[in-house]
Design a protein. Structure first.
Length: 316
């Protein structure tokens, strides 16, 4: 392989570093079976040249792609989906039914994200979202099976991080493509103990009990691995699930304690930093300040999401 951002994972699965924010932060996946292909998550518009170059590197043409499957419509997962579809003449986009309309007309999605990130950051990081013709977008059904050249990909609707989230089970590799449902695991936090992981409560649809139920549902298949958008393939799934459950409960407890704090946003950020610092110390990270500093963006977004959840009543 000559592309530094393309990683071969086996079983016809390839991780593509989309280049969003920093190296090994945001992945798209390319699944290849008997000359046919599917993208699962796409990154932003700026990632599209990398995705098309990865196809060419593997000897595939744009017409060999059958599916583009955003796990959900947050822009680091689906922001480039419309632009990518313009180069894939035979592809169908498969989206959770709550997200499909945003792929056809992305204006409301763009404005919602702009309210979180601001206009300048939207243009710098995401560019202008491109619509996809309604006839090329199909909503998934919970439990349905998609065939990629005879390879079954099972769909599970997985709320908790977002109500428009679905995950994809690949029987061939015994792995889930998890989007954000199974959290975030950055390779900079790997130690001799393995990977570390944290949940994401990014605005605006965090629901802790639903998230735990979705994780439990994925565990029922006894997966060998998880393919995370942030970032890459992780194993030791049961251990990582335990860390997620522990932290979700800690985040909920801290949020309820701080519901009426005078400067709630800063208090939530401080509480999250303390949770992650304690976890990373237990995990054996050497430079703890750098390790926590790497989470600045996640702490900011998780605090925002927890505030929205509290304002909805802090239930679910």
């Amino acid at each position: 392989m000559t592309l530094p951002y393309l990683e071969v994972l086996g079983d016809g699965i390839h991780a593509i570093d989309t280049g969003f924010h920093r190296p090994r932060f945001d992945a798209a996946y390319l699944v290849v079976e008997r000359g046919r292909a599917a993208f699962i998550d796409t990154g932003t518009n700026h990632a599209v040249p990398r995705l098309l170059a990865a196809l060419a590197e593997l000897g595939l043409a744009p017409a060999d792609v059958d599916y583009v499957i955003p796990t959900h419509v947050h822009l680091d997962h689906a922001g480039g989906a419309g632009l990518l579809m313009q180069s894939l003449p035979r592809a169908t986009m498969l989206v959770h039914p709550r997200g499909a309309r945003h792929m056809v007309d992305p204006l409301a999605l763009y404005m919602s994200a702009q309210a979180v990130y601001g206009a300048d950051e939207m243009q710098r990081s995401y560019g202008t979202l491109q619509p996809t013709a309604a006839g090329r977008v199909r909503s998934t059904s919970d439990g349905e099976v998609i065939e990629l050249a005879g390879r079954p990909l099972h769909v599970a609707h997985t709320p908790g991080h977002a109500r428009h989230h679905h995950c994809i089970w690949d029987e061939a590799s015994r792995g889930w493509f998890t989007g954000d449902t199974f959290g975030l695991s950055y390779r900079e936090h790997d130690t001799a103990r393995g990977a570390w992981i944290l949940p994401t409560s990014t605005p605006v649809q965090f629901e802790p009990e639903a998230l735990k139920q979705s994780i439990d549902r994925m565990l029922q298949r006894d997966p060998a691995c998880m393919y995370l958008t942030h970032y890459g393939r992780v194993q030791e799934v049961k251990r990582l699930a335990g860390l997620l459950f522990e932290q979700i409960d800690a985040m909920v407890a801290a949020s309820r304690r701080l519901r009426d704090a005078p400067d709630r946003h800063q208090a939530l950020k401080h509480a999250l930093s303390a949770i992650y610092r304690g976890q990373l110390l237990q995990h054996g990270v050497a430079d703890i300040d750098a390790a926590v500093g790497l989470l600045d963006l996640d702490i900011e977004l998780n605090a925002q999401g927890l505030a929205v959840w509290l304002d909805r009543g802090g239930e679910g």
